[in-house]
Write a protein that binds this ligand. Structure first.
Ligand code: PEP
Ligand code: MG
Length: 315
């Protein structure tokens, strides 16, 4: 019954004092877009475009891509859509990306780095996104994955803007990008933290390695420190900083993230109602105290316990 009541709540995400925290969905295809559109989400915070092309042997053409992107923009009917450019890598090989064998694929030519080896893939994708924007009259936000330096952010932004795309960002999922978030934010309009990879690279722990699950726990204080630094830099720059990794779907973590100043949370659409409910129970000041409790902990287990205890103390 509670679940039914939560599912009916279509209000925009916000803390108890009215501070907005946009609640967005993660998708991987136009079909996903059509599925999440009726849900009470404020848009799409992560469209993983590579998912559509995982079984392709030849590169999708500009026209093919534009058709798919237009379907997504139309399905969301003008709501915000953050499109991520192709993120091929160890866990997501694209046959047409001509990737060489690598000793350490997670540390190799992946994500935005493909611009070094197959630059036409990014150029064609940005052109297709611009086509879809013109055709639908909806301007997508575009962002690049696996950006490590301000120079990469600058080059990506220049490429996207040269195609007429106006809202350009990068993912912060490499510790170097989090540590230099201020310089990165000087180059782009927004950042979105990918906490799955940020945890993997911060903890030097393969995200697919179940035996090391405790090390890659989303509550690791070292990972929270990098999220805090990134959100603070975005706050100073007056630019949006979202989270689109699995962390965003955990209601207690969502309160921590909001307390750190994260402005949007993107997750599986089914996770949205519980996150909306948790956020609505805490003011910005209370969320900040919950975040401080987690950041002050010595390890992941006590960070989560401290955050949950601080939440319980406040409601
Ligand atoms: C992430 O790394 O947190 C992320 C959202 O991207 P992906 O899971 O697709 O690598
Ligand atoms: Mg990632």
């Amino acid at each position: 019954e509670l679940a039914a009541r939560l599912a009916e709540d279509t209000s925009a995400g916000a803390l108890a004092d009215g501070t907005p925290v946009a609640l967005l969905a993660n998708i991987g295809s136009p079909d996903d877009a059509e599925r999440v559109a009726p849900a009470a989400v404020e848009g799409v915070g992560l469209f993983r475009t590579e998912v559509m092309f995982l079984d392709r042997t030849t590169a999708p053409t500009r026209e093919e891509q534009a058709r798919e992107y237009a379907r997504v923009l139309r399905a969301l009917g003008g709501r915000k859509v953050v499109v991520r450019t192709l993120d091929a890598g160890a866990d997501k090989p694209l046959a047409f990306a001509d990737q060489a064998e690598e000793e350490n694929p997670a540390l190799g030519v992946r994500g935005y780095r493909l611009v070094r080896t197959v630059p036409h893939l990014l150029d064609t994708q940005l052109a297709a996104l611009a086509d879809a924007a013109r055709e639908t009259g909806v301007e997508p936000w575009v962002m690049a994955p696996m950006v490590s330096t301000p120079a990469e952010a600058r080059d990506f932004a220049a490429a996207a803007r040269s195609h007429g795309l106006t809202t350009v960002g990068v993912m912060v999922e490499v510790p170097a990008a989090a540590l230099r978030a201020r310089a990165i934010l000087a180059e782009v309009d927004f950042v979105s933290m990918g906490t799955n990879d940020l945890a993997q690279y911060t903890m030097a722990t393969d995200r697919l390695c179940g035996a090391l699950g405790d090390l890659i726990d989303r509550w690791q204080p070292a990972v929270l420190d990098l999220v805090a630094a990134t959100a603070a830099a975005a706050g100073e720059a007056g630019k949006p900083a979202g989270v689109c990794g699995e962390s965003a779907a955990d209601p207690a973590m969502a309160v921590v993230l909001a307390g750190l100043g994260v402005t949007s949370l993107s997750m599986s659409a089914t996770a949205v109602p519980a996150v909306r409910f948790a956020l609505a129970a805490h003011t910005r000041e209370q969320a900040r105290a919950v975040a401080d409790a987690a950041l002050g902990a010595a390890d992941a287990t006590t960070a989560r316990e401290a955050a949950v205890a601080a939440m319980d103390a406040e409601v």
